[in-house]
Design a protein around this ligand. Structure first.
Ligand SMILES: *[C@@H]1O[C@H](CO)[C@@H](O)[C@H](O)[C@H]1NC(C)=O
Ligand SMILES: *[C@@H]1O[C@H](CO)[C@@H](O)[C@H](O)[C@H]1NC(C)=O
Ligand SMILES: *[C@@H]1O[C@H](CO)[C@@H](O)[C@H](O)[C@H]1NC(C)=O
Ligand SMILES: *[C@@H]1O[C@H](CO)[C@@H](O)[C@H](O)[C@H]1NC(C)=O
Ligand SMILES: *[C@@H]1O[C@H](CO)[C@@H](O)[C@H](O)[C@H]1NC(C)=O
Ligand SMILES: *[C@@H]1O[C@H](CO)[C@@H](O)[C@H](O)[C@H]1NC(C)=O
Ligand SMILES: *[C@@H]1O[C@H](CO)[C@@H](O)[C@H](O)[C@H]1NC(C)=O
Length: 637
């Protein structure tokens, strides 16, 4: 009985004392393992005979049953965090190891710290990619990895930390583009001083500039606009701040300026409004859209003629397939396709994936009104062999055209592109098809549109997926100053254009003839190494042909095809007619179309004929002789 009692007493004392001195045994072992494996100065003394809950930097829960937080900032820890140490503190809520000299990668087993709320690892020398183990910590609210040597991309998986309110990644070597991070709950975000590139996702653009600074290739959001279509808004109209009295005076001046300015603007607006009302009353029957009616009011924001069009709007043409605005274009990523004679072309990929070509015109001489009227004319040019103009933009600084993106590239690239990249030269069938379809596009432009192309060259002939040709960059000469257009397209320029600088239907035919010669010879008209120096392609072909009618002019790539010589010679004759020195000796474009169609006549299985929906052709494929035929396609709007 007494024994029993004393036993009970002893037991209860033991239990009692163990409760007082209770400690998380597992966590203690993990902590001791961490410290023993990590170099540290002597000042960290964790006495293994006392409770871990009493150690410097360690906090336990109220019952002292687990380690709640571990904070060891700036204590001189050196080297990598050993795995199977801190990762075992599976009740940890707060971990701070900032401002040490820790390096290496974050151990995988950090993913077991599933209850962690705050993780501070800044100001160390950690390396490796963004620690994926950390992205598994779904309850994390603050993550600071700043001022380390982390590299590589910021993973989309940061979105898995759905409770994050602060994400600090500045002063690392993160690269690539920013993923679209859900920033709803995010109050603080910093990725400054990394090597990020591309555009800032819309969700993150609410953060200030300083969150992104120090990433030279990053754009969008609070930084400069991403694409090169618009000049950077950066050039500061605000003078550099001067301290003290001066800046005060300045701001007073500025306030007065703003006050005066806004009064003037208000007055001007009022005047404008009155004028508008007056004007509208005088001509009530006029339609409210642009003079031609080609600008849909909803998209263009037209309310009384294009001059009153809302500024900073892209003007779309009717029947377009796109719905985006200038903002979307600003956010698009853009890549230079080429610097052409009219300006630089960019391939712009809008956020939803739509691809368009944006041409940034240079040296535009036309004023806004003339520009708009002209663009409206061009916008009406619709033909399967013309690259449609979809929209335009005019401001003092920028004149933009938006066109369809043609993935197959240009005829120039097809013919002269690097063969290293696996490009095979086009065979005869596709060259013939390109000749015919390009001619049809041009004939439509001339006959229906009454528009002179003015800039025909193989790099302005684009290819559709079915390898039909599409004429691009047409009809732009009138908006440029005459001098600017002078030396625009040397190898393709008709002799009379060199003198008069006036492009005409006839000079278009000449340039088209040069393109035909290019198709036949495989030679670029701008290439000077054609026999004698300085001789142009037509003269070179003429000289060769005059001498002996040899097959020497033809592209050697075509020599491996059989039974095409007759067709090649026929096309050569058409080309030669087009490049006659005397403009009046050149055929008109409809004739050229018919002549090229004749080259096809011998063919039996002709893919082109099938795709043709020209009502002037009989179902049996018979086509009446030239004089009787209605112009092929050119009348179809
Ligand atoms: C550890 O704690 C025990 C008991 O409190 C004490 O006797 C001992 O001196 C301590 N050891 C060190 C190295 O501080
Ligand atoms: C502490 O332990 C008691 C009983 O062991 C338990 O009822 C209580 O919920 C615990 N408190 C915490 C905060 O875990
Ligand atoms: C996480 O903990 C579990 C058991 O608690 C263990 O089996 C697993 O290996 C740990 N994960 C890592 C990455 O250490
Ligand atoms: C993030 O969460 C998604 C969905 O819950 C999951 O499929 C994915 O594996 C997670 N990523 C990481 C890195 O944990
Ligand atoms: C951004 O950087 C990554 C890697 O650093 C690179 O692969 C990618 O091409 C870059 N993107 C752009 C648009 O510069
Ligand atoms: C970027 O890092 C450099 C040097 O490390 C530092 O001087 C500069 O202040 C940092 N810039 C930002 C925006 O943090
Ligand atoms: C981001 O970090 C940089 C460098 O530490 C700092 O200069 C800047 O003020 C921070 N921006 C924000 C918004 O916290």
């Amino acid at each position: 009985m007494t024994v029993n009692f004393s036993c009970f007493f002893l037991l209860s004392v033991l239990v009692l004392s163990s409760r007082v001195n209770s400690e998380p045994v597992q966590d203690k072992q993990a902590l001791l393992a961490f410290l023993s494996k990590t170099k540290h100065p002597n000042r960290i003394q964790w006495n293994s005979s006392t409770s871990a809950c009493d150690w410097v930097g360690v906090e336990c829960d109220a019952n002292r049953s687990f380690v709640f937080s571990l904070r060891l900032p700036g204590v001189g820890l050196v080297g990598s965090i050993p795995s199977n140490t801190i990762g075992r503190l599976n009740q940890l809520r707060v971990l701070s190891l900032r401002a040490n000299r820790l390096s290496g990668e974050i151990p995988e087993d950090f993913s077991n710290l599933t209850l962690l709320r705050n993780l501070y690892l800044q100001d160390n020398a950690f390396t490796g990619e963004f620690p994926i183990s950390v992205t598994r910590l779904a309850r994390l609210t603050r993550l600071d990895l700043s001022s380390n040597k982390f590299a590589g991309p910021i993973p989309f998986a940061v979105n898995n930390m759905s409770h994050l309110t602060g994400l600090f990644l500045q002063n690392n070597k993160f690269s690539g583009s920013l993923p679209s991070i859900n920033a709803d709950g995010l109050d603080e975000f910093n990725v400054s001083n990394n090597s990020l590139n591309g555009s800032i996702p819309g969700s993150l653009s609410k953060f200030p500039k300083s969150s992104f600074a120090g990433n030279p290739a990053l754009c969008g959001g609070p930084l400069r606009p991403c694409n090169p279509f618009f000049p950077s808004p950066e050039p500061s109209p605000i003078p550099p701040e001067t301290p003290g009295e001066k800046s005060k005076n300045l701001s007073v001046g500025a306030i007065i300026g703003i006050a005066v300015g806004s009064t003037i603007i208000a007055l001007l607006l009022l005047l404008f409004l009155i004028l508008c009302l007056f004007k509208r009353r005088r001509q009530p029957p006029k339609p409210v859209t642009a003079p031609t009616g080609s600008v849909p009011p909803a998209e263009a924001g037209t309310s009384g003629g294009t001059t009153e069009r809302e500024r900073n709007k892209l003007v779309f043409f009717e029947g377009g397939i796109y719905s985006f605005d200038l903002e979307d274009l600003l956010r698009a990523s853009a890549e230079v396709l080429g610097k052409g004679t009219v300006g630089t072309s960019y391939k712009a990929v809008l956020e939803e994936g739509t691809m368009v070509v944006v041409k940034r015109l240079k040296d535009v001489a036309a004023n806004e009104r003339v520009f708009e009227i002209h663009m409206e004319t061009l916008g009406k040019m619709k033909h399967e062999n013309l690259v449609p103009l979809r929209a335009f933009y005019y401001s003092d600084d920028e004149k933009l055209l938006v066109l369809d993106f043609m993935e197959e590239g240009s005829l120039s690239a097809l013919l002269h592109g690097s063969r290293v990249s696996g490009r095979t030269p086009p065979n005869w069938d596709s060259r013939r098809k390109i000749a015919l379809t390009a001619a049809r596009g041009l004939a439509h432009l001339h006959v229906t549109g009454k528009v002179v192309h003015g800039n025909i060259k193989s790099s302005n002939i684009l290819l559709r997926p079915d390898h039909e040709a599409c004429m691009s960059d047409f009809g732009l000469n009138p908006i440029f100053s005459n001098t600017a257009s002078s030396s625009r397209f040397s190898g393709y320029r008709a002799p009379e254009v060199v003198e008069t600088r006036n492009v005409t239907f006839k000079s278009d035919v000449y340039s088209f003839g040069v393109v035909l010669l290019e198709l036949l010879t495989g030679k670029s008209p701008n290439q000077t190494s054609m026999g004698e120096e300085g001789i142009d392609l037509p003269r070179w072909v003429q000289s060769v042909v005059r001498e002996e009618w040899t097959a020497e002019v033809f592209d050697v790539e075509l020599m491996r095809y059989h039974n095409i010589e007759e067709e090649m010679v026929q096309l050569l004759q058409i080309a030669m007619a087009c490049v006659s020195i005397v403009p009046d000796q050149r055929p008109i474009m409809q004739e050229v179309v018919h002549l090229i169609e004749d080259v096809y006549r011998g063919e039996t299985d002709d893919g082109l004929r099938q795709s043709s929906d020209d009502p002037s052709k009989g179902s049996d494929g018979y086509t009446p002789p030239i004089e009787l035929r209605t112009p092929a396609r050119s009348v179809t709007p």
